[in-house]
Design a protein around this ligand. Structure first.
Ligand code: NDP
Length: 292
């Protein structure tokens, strides 16, 4: 079997086409969705992600404010920026790029973002709504992108056994909640670094969502023939054969494509969907701001 490609780029294009219409409707009533992206420090990968978010805003006609702060910035300064952005009328979304420098308390700082502007969906109020099974709040972009991509490919989830590898606040846990939510209706097992017999668990799954940050961890013999595999991982692996000396690898070994029925590529799978969902959350925040 050669897996069909869960093409995040193609799905994101469709999302963008829908958003273009919603943005045009907002502009007709004098509103331009506006996203602020804050980055602290010099992490090269974070700068790549932020640039790509800002570029997507430009392409769609979403206004963006890009605030770059020095690595040595103190927490108080960042806190004040967030609090002032919370008050700024016409600014609909605030995103603080992770990771923050180690001297900052990332959870405490992102908790300061007003829930209505929390386009990353990490605020306890938004995550709390998700735990309650209410899907109308701001949902975290990566897991939401995974769900959107599965629905786009018409992959049935109802009653299926799903294994989510990883239990982080930003990917694994919300992905598990979304998969188990009414409407999706999968039966979900969450695995993590202390899970025993992880290979055997995966081998029983109809759907595997891998979000561990370990290159090529999910091997072909972990996967039931015909299973659907979503690879969230983005890992840099040394590779002397490349001019830049490294390559990107997912959490899933590429040969899983010989066993699975669907597999999302890295790059070009979950990554573009994460950005598309960020754009959608920003547009939604702008739409809700009119109604407020
Ligand atoms: P975290 O490091 O926050 O979480 C990793 C999770 O994987 C933890 O729950 C950890 O378990 C678990 N884990 C680690 N090692 C193992 C193992 N050997 N066996 C089983 N479970 C393990 O990572 P994130 O959730 O933030 O990200 C996961 C991956 O997804 C990364 O590669 C990241 O780069 C990528 N990512 C991709 C995005 C995209 O847009 N495509 C967006 C966000 C992330 P424990 O809790 O016990 O420590």
């Amino acid at each position: 079997m050669t897996a069909q490609r869960l093409d995040g780029r193609a799905c994101a294009k469709e999302v963008e086409a829908e958003l273009t219409q919603r943005i045009a409707a907002l502009k007709e009533v004098g509103i331009t969705p506006h996203l602020a992206v804050i980055i602290v420090g010099n992490d090269p990968a974070s700068h790549v992600y932020v640039n790509s978010k800002v570029k997507t805003c430009e392409r769609l006609g979403i206004k963006s404010t890009h605030l770059e702060l020095e690595e040595s910035t103190d927490e108080e300064t960042l806190r004040n920026h967030i609090l002032s952005m919370n008050q700024q009328e016409g600014l609909h979304g605030i995103l603080v790029q992770s990771p923050l420098p180690s001297h900052m308390d990332e959870d405490a700082l992102t908790d300061l973002i007003h829930p209505s502007k929390d386009v990353d969906g990490f605020h306890p109020e938004n995550l709390g709504r998700l735990v309650q099974g209410r899907l109308d709040g701001m949902l975290p972009c990566t897991p939401r992108g995974v769900m959107r991509m599965l629905s786009w490919a018409n992959i049935p989830l109802k009653g299926k056994r799903a294994v989510v590898l990883g239990r982080s606040r930003i990917v694994g846990m919300p992905a598990a909640l979304l998969m188990a939510a009414r409407g999706a209706d999968a039966t979900v097992t969450v695995a993590h670094s202390k899970t025993e017999s992880i290979k055997e668990l995966c081998a029983q799954a109809d759907v595997i969502i891998a979000a561990v940050g370990k290159a090529d961890m999910v091997q072909p013999d972990w996967v039931k023939p015909g299973a659907v595999v979503v690879d969230v991982g983005i890992n840099r692996v040394d590779d002397d054969s490349r001019e830049r000396g490294w390559r990107l690898a997912g959490d899933v070994h590429p040969e899983v494509a010989e066993v699975a029925s669907w597999l999302s590529p890295v790059p070009g799978g979950v990554g573009p969907m994460t950005i598309a969902m960020l754009m959608e959350n920003t547009v939604r925040a702008a739409e809700l701001a009119i109604q407020a």
